[in-house]
Design a protein around this ligand. Structure first.
Ligand code: FAD
Length: 414
């Protein structure tokens, strides 16, 4: 793989950009691999990357039914933060956030990580109490957050309306090293690094069945034929239930649509991310100037990759109250993704009842921020059978009643 650098850009500019090589290969599937990952979203690609990088397992295929990064990874609003309440969550989300800090250098791919800071507004006294508690938990966990008052909120985000018609801003949970990154670039950067390690990323290759012998996985059926493997990682977000069904077990998970939208581009007016959970909306400004907006997940299960009208109305109304200056903006695009929700709003990274099959899902409305840490943990679990970061998130917690309740941190989409 040729390294990307300022020197390479200058060199290619002088020779009409004819010297660039493809970022990743498009190989035909082989008959078998040591490990197969289903799903070329961020989590699947990061799992493959860390399998190769940390554990030397490189005879790996990543199978994707569409195009890589075309699922939720390429549809999300890219907020990165680690201000969760429970210790296992803080550990994995903070690991991920810290890996984002160096991801562009590690992958030699500019993922445009922008630690501009994230404000989670407290607009009821209940939220003030909740976020003060989270700030204290974060202090014990070594996660840098702070509860700030309304004056500091206004300083950080001058376009905000502190005395909204329905809910005044009473303060906010502030994470200064939270922020955003370019979602496609995260998928593309991992794909390029995996391909460089000799792994096969096979797009347009839907997995349609999971082959088992004596309670162990031996391979998968795909649209491009059967492929054998010793280990199988299922990392398909909103389709996790369907893949678990193929393997013969059930998951405590529901799939619902979550939507987002962007406005026409405007001059820079907001250099932090703001989430307003009570009124249900959040917003940041992209490098192109578009306001990136998201709201809540649908209240009913479905597999449609588009949003519903009542949510878009609710979200835009909430944001117009919070940021009156956006009320005249035109919205340019509106889309949805299928997110995978667990009852305790925490992910599942786990072995399964089928030997050799591992599952990574349940990131719901907030898994983009976790991609590098989740891949790290899932790879360790697949390589060693155990992982300190992943173990608390095993499927057994639902049987044992050992929930990792993140309904406050993850109660709104983000
Ligand atoms: C509108 C929206 C906004 C969001 N905003 C944020 C945010 O601001 N911050 C945040 O942290 N998170 C956010 N999220 C959540 C985040 O996008 C997801 O948690 C994360 O991207 C999940 O990544 P993934 O790799 O697990 O799944 P995906 O990116 O969905 O990848 C799974 C892949 O599996 C493939 N697949 C499915 N079935 C099969 C099959 N049978 N065979 C082969 N391949 C298959 C799919 O095609 C897909 O490409 C948002 C999500 C949405 C929809």
């Amino acid at each position: 793989m040729k390294r990307y650098s300022a020197f390479a850009v200058a060199r290619e500019a002088l020779r009409h950009h004819l010297g660039w090589e493809r970022a990743w290969r498009s190989p035909e599937p082989q008959k078998r691999y040591d490990a197969i990952i289903v799903g070329a979203g961020g989590h699947g690609l990061a799992t493959a990357y860390w399998l190769g990088k940390n554990h030397g397992i490189r005879n790996v295929a990543v199978l994707e039914k569409g195009w890589l990064g075309g699922g939720n990874t390429g549809r999300n609003t890219t907020i990165i933060r680690s201000n969760y309440l429970q210790d296992p969550s803080a550990a994995i989300y903070e690991k991920a956030r810290s890996l984002y800090e160096t991801m562009s250098q590690d992958l030699n791919y500019n993922v445009m990580f922008s630690p501009r800071g994230v404000l989670m507004l407290a607009q009821t006294h209940h939220e003030v109490r909740g976020y003060r508690r989270t700030a204290q938990a974060n202090a014990l966990q070594g996660v840098e957050t702070e509860f700030v008052g309304p004056e500091r909120v206004k300083e950080l985000c001058p376009i905000i309306n502190l005395s909204g018609p329905r809910y005044p801003v009473l303060g906010a949970l502030w994470q200064p090293r939270g922020g955003t990154a370019r979602h496609d670039a995260v998928a593309w950067g991992y794909a390029r690094a995996c391909s460089d390690m000799g792994m096969d990323i096979i797009q347009k290759c839907e997995v349609t069945g999971i082959r088992r012998e004596g309670g162990r996985v031996v391979g998968v059926d795909t649209m491009r034929g059967a492929i054998g493997c010793d280990r199988l990682g299922i990392v398909v977000a909103g389709h996790s239930g369907a893949l678990a069904d193929m393997a013969g077990f059930r998951l405590p998970i529901e799939s619902v649509a979550l939507q987002a939208l962007v406005s026409e581009p405007i001059k820079p007016c907001m250099d932090v991310v703001v989430m307003a959970n009570t009124v249900h909306g959040y917003m940041s400004q992209s490098d192109k100037g578009e306001m990136v907006i998201g709201g809540g997940a649908d209240g009913y299960n479905n597999y449609t990759q588009r949003g519903s009208f009542h949510h878009v109305e609710e979200t835009v109304r909430a944001l117009c109250e919070t940021f009156p200056m956006i009320s005249r903006l035109k919205m340019l695009r509106w889309w949805g993704g299928i997110v995978d929700m667990t009852g305790d709003r925490s992910p599942i990274i786990s072995r399964t009842p089928v030997e050799g099959v591992y599952i990574n899902c349940g990131w719901g409305t907030g898994g983009f921020k976790a991609i590098p840490g989740s891949g790290w943990a899932m790879a360790e679990l697949m390589a060693k059978g155990t992982s300190p970061l992943a173990d608390p998130f095993s499927l057994t917690r639902f049987r044992e009643g050992r929930f990792i309740d993140e309904s406050v941190a993850a109660g709104v989409a983000h």
